[in-house]
Design a protein around this ligand. Structure first.
Ligand code: ARG
Length: 470
């Protein structure tokens, strides 16, 4: 069986068409149609450059630009739906263009290859997606900051090894995620500049015999620079790998918070309740309310990490320059983009309105443990007892208190003083959870004053960045 449409794609060198299964196997139109708007924009810039340099006439350039614009309208209105016979989005556009403007359409591909074309498209696509994700990160930070503002004085147990360690201001805990997502924002901002480089004009691999003006088309497309080496320009996918690395980190951060929310919503913790708008039920257990949103985010993080791995493996054995393997970068990138954008949107809603911190329960929780033990040791150390000695002493008190079913606050002043004469009645104040938190006023610590300052600084930074990106 012969697929007649594919006979015409290649030069006269080919006598018969692709086997239909191979045509299907080879085609990327099923997914690279996602690039169409960028392909049209890139081709318009290329056509303008061809006219500007006199490689084609001004009128030919105008016809090409207008024809491409018409395809854009056809695509947007749903009229243009190329099928598998087009192989990929680049051929689909060129064919339609020739149908629309006649033979001049065949001039579009002068001094260009699909290799520099697809590289151009992918970079135009990705730089736009990066800006969207950066905006979403700021939206997410906004709800974290809002929650933090409400919960500076709400206490929450702090953990190491998932064992109660020292109590915290809940705002301090939330601000940790603001810092993480700030680095995420920054990484994307840096990567943007390495994505925003034009490979257009690198040709198939070696440049072109035509007197093109690469800077001209790069300027039209608002690229910040052009690839200096044509081989590198057509085969570099570092920018895509960096992007997947940066989005993997975004997902890793979202996943950690998701894991915390899942724990917090459990009967064992009861630190948050999930609102009906962001939770689901069980089909069999009527009492259940499931944290599907954070579970899905945690689960979806694996997809993005997988795409990063896939692209690294894809690249590591490729000889210069273009190899068809590179067609495989697209689904990985598109899926990573969609996944991280969907997860940021869902987590922003979850944090904004999908859960409620149980302040009473949280404030109560920190009174029921030994997370003030360090503060007893610090108390003695401040009175001149060497810290290690104090630490050992308090370890002993914890042991005997546990055996007696008591907490540190239940010990009498006589018991304290029997342990060490330096204890005075102000020990009770020193180990009260609120004081324990307030006292950690070192730079970057959880003390309320520190947290208020950190919150103000984060808010100021946010205002600046949000102002810039609007
Ligand atoms: N669909 C191809 C891709 O995504 C376009 C470039 C094809 N180039 C080639 N020399 N076959 O990579």
């Amino acid at each position: 069986m012969v697929n007649p449409a594919s006979v015409s794609t290649w030069s006269q060198r080919f006598e018969s068409a692709l086997h239909p299964v191979i045509a299907q196997f080879n085609a990327s139109i099923g997914f690279d149609i996602e690039l169409i708007e960028y392909d049209l924009t890139g081709s318009q810039a290329h056509a303008q450059m061809l006219a500007y340099t006199g490689i084609i006439t001004r009128s030919e350039g105008d016809q090409l630009v207008q024809g491409l614009e018409q395809i854009r309208q056809e695509y947007r209105s749903g009229q243009f739906q190329p099928g598998i016979e087009a192989e990929d989005v680049h051929f689909a556009v060129e064919r339609r263009l020739t149908e629309l403007v006649g033979d001049v359409g065949k001039k579009l591909h002068t001094a260009r290859s699909r290799n520099d074309q697809v590289g151009t498209d992918t970079r135009l696509y990705l730089r736009e997606q990066i800006r969207t994700i950066q905006r979403q990160l700021l939206d997410f930070q906004a709800v974290l900051l809002q929650q933090a503002t409400h919960h500076v004085e709400t206490l929450i147990p702090g953990y190491t090894h998932l064992q109660r360690a020292q109590p915290l201001s809940l705002a301090h805990h939330l601000l940790a995620y603001v810092e993480m997502t700030q680095r995420d924002w920054q990484r994307l901002d840096e990567i943007y500049h390495r994505v925003n480089i034009s490979p257009l004009g690198c040709g198939a691999l070696a440049g072109t015999t035509f007197a093109i003006d690469r800077q001209f088309s790069a300027n039209l497309l608002q690229f910040e620079a052009i690839y200096a080496n044509s081989l590198d320009g057509v085969s570099d996918r570092d920018f895509a790998i960096e992007f997947l690395c940066a989005t993997s980190l975004v997902m890793m951060h979202l996943s950690r918070l998701s894991e915390e929310v899942i724990l917090w919503a459990s009967e064992e913790f009861r630190f948050v309740t999930l609102k009906d708008s962001c939770a689901t039920g069980s089909s069999i257990m009527p009492q259940k309310k499931n944290p599907d949103v954070p579970e899905l985010v945690r689960g979806k993080s694996g997809r993005v990490f997988g795409h990063l791995q896939a692209l690294l493996v894809l690249m590591k054995g490729l000889p210069l320059a273009y190899n068809k393997d590179l067609q495989e970068d697209k689904e990985a990138l598109f899926d990573a983009v969609k996944t991280v954008q969907a997860c940021l949107a869902a987590m922003t809603i979850l944090l904004a309105e999908g859960l409620e911190f149980q302040s009473d329960r949280l404030n109560q929780a920190v009174t029921e443990d030994f997370s003030n033990a360090t503060d007893v040791a610090d108390y003695l150390a401040a009175k001149g007892v060497p810290f290690r000695e104090a630490y050992n002493l308090v370890g002993q008190v914890v042991k005997t208190s546990l055996a007696a079913g008591k907490l540190l606050k239940d010990l009498s002043i006589e018991e304290w003083q029997a342990l060490h004469p330096a204890f005075a009645p102000d020990i009770y104040e020193a180990i009260a959870p609120r004081q324990v938190v307030a006292a950690r006023n070192s730079l970057g610590g959880t003390g309320f004053d520190q947290v208020r300052q950190a919150l103000a600084a984060a808010q100021q930074r946010w205002n600046y960045l949000a102002g810039q990106s609007s």
